[in-house]
Design a protein around this ligand. Sequence first.
Ligand code: UT7
Length: 331
Amino acid sequence: MATPGIALVGCGSAAPDVVLDNDTLGQLVETSDEWIASRTGIRRRHVAPPAQSLVELATEASNRAIEMAGIDPEQIDLVVLATSTADDLFGSAASIQSAVGAKQAVAFDLTAACSGFLFGLVTVSQYLQTGTFENALLVGADLMSRWVDWDDRRTCVLFGDGAGAVVVKASDTSPGLLGFDMHSNGDRNSCLTLRYEPNDRPLVGGVTASRGGYGFLHMAGKDVYKFAVTRVPETIEKSLFRAGMTADDLDWLLLHQANQRIVDAVAKRLKIPSERTLVNLNEYGNTSAASIPLALDEAVRSGQVQAGQTIAASGFGAGLSWGSAIFRWGA
Ligand code: UT7
């Protein structure tokens, strides 16, 4: 029997209602709409109010994806949440599983920063293509506003909050992921971090534990920029090669939404015209693991992306980590 393929049959997204535009942000740190827009393409970002949880946002996105897929939540076998900003350090995927009513599903978190959704897509596809599971819900969600240093203009202007989700099915009639490629380089971990900061907590008998907390996001922006514009075209070319395709066969290029200049540089390297790039970072900023499914959902719902079209997606970021996958949208 041929290995089953996969089909992405539903998508959904959600972002907090509260919007912070560049001009307003200029009242907090010394910056300007001109600087942010010209260096990044970002105009606004959505910021979750204190009472809103990651699980709430992710559940909203997931419910929309499940509705589009037209499946009963109890048919879902697997829930994977790609996030670096879970509500609970033990993981938030099970809370989403409960909230959407996916009673039969096993649920776990996957942390690979801005590559999280892409790594998650490859992960769920393995379970589906081996016949282990039939239906998976893959969520990418991050509340970056909770972890950036709002006094640091070099980073706080870049990030935002959001969630996106896809329902992926095993399918005998669709191909699997046409090609994929994934990498990590921990030697360069310090380029982009959100680290635990220890704080001594003396116990008894000379034993000291650490009762610290997580600090702020730190990024060496220029280093990460250079890494992205080099590695992203490379990984997409590898995925295309494995798919037996060239960039001309692609309908859409869908990159992690970090910076318009990165999208432009990668598209140029791959000789993909800008009309075939999917971009919504102007509205949301960098939403880490949420950025790819959030942009995909908007493009599908606006009619930009049509069933049967071929998309090359690439995630890149902390780890350092990067990867890409080529897939068709729709059943
Ligand atoms: O999600 C993970 C992946 N992340 C990325 O891909 C991000 C990759 N990096 C980038 O996108 C860019 O490096 C940034 C957008 C972060 C920065 O752009 P840049 O062109 O590399 O600027 P820079 O950091 O070299 O800063 C240039 C100048 C500096 O001033 P001096 O030192 O030249 O006087 C900064 O202090 O711009 C200044 N600057 C700002 N000015 C106004 C930095 N941030 C701001 C700001 N507003 N928000």
